[in-house]
Design a protein around this ligand. Sequence first.
Ligand SMILES: [Fe+2]
Length: 209
Amino acid sequence: MKEYICTVCGYVHKGELPDDFRCPVCGAGKKAFREVTPQAQPEAAKPTPVPAPSVHEERELSAMEMSVICSNLARGCEKQFMPQQAEQFLALARFFRAAAGKADKKSAKAVAKLVEKDLSEGYPYANAVAQGAGDRGAMRSLVWSEKVTRMLQSLLARYAKVGNKMTENTGVYVCTICGFVYVGDAPPELCPVCKVPSWKFEKQQRRAK
Ligand SMILES: [Fe+2]
């Protein structure tokens, strides 16, 4: 029997792929699937020189970016058992979120651009640096985050097509360990990226209009 692997999340489908097939895990279409052939074993990584990503100019961050950074810092504080600091960062995140206004297709497009840049420049560079330093921990976390970023890219592509319909009458779950975003009625039994059980997923609350 033929087997196909989703190049976005690694889900393996046995048997033929219908034209309207969607990956049950990440929602990618048929085009994202490759046939698994016996010799298609992962090759040993060859060290290739990778140019450093273009240097970002110093610029003022948008309110939305500030909100995202503050909520990430809040999460970091939570994990370090620093509840007071986490609460302060959360308050800041809420403040900037309110100042940022409503997210729309335009802001999703801007995020898609950043994601594309991360995948084409950021990850190759970070991987090369981690491999050069022989830092296995960094390499492992880069594997996870690159997978999560690819899935995010596929979700953003879907959002660009269907808009808010994508999350109507369904839930959005985020893996609290690796950041994998899942759109569906219930979180997957195991995170397809980091393999933690479903209870490690957090349901995202719909914002009040
Ligand atoms: Fe995960």
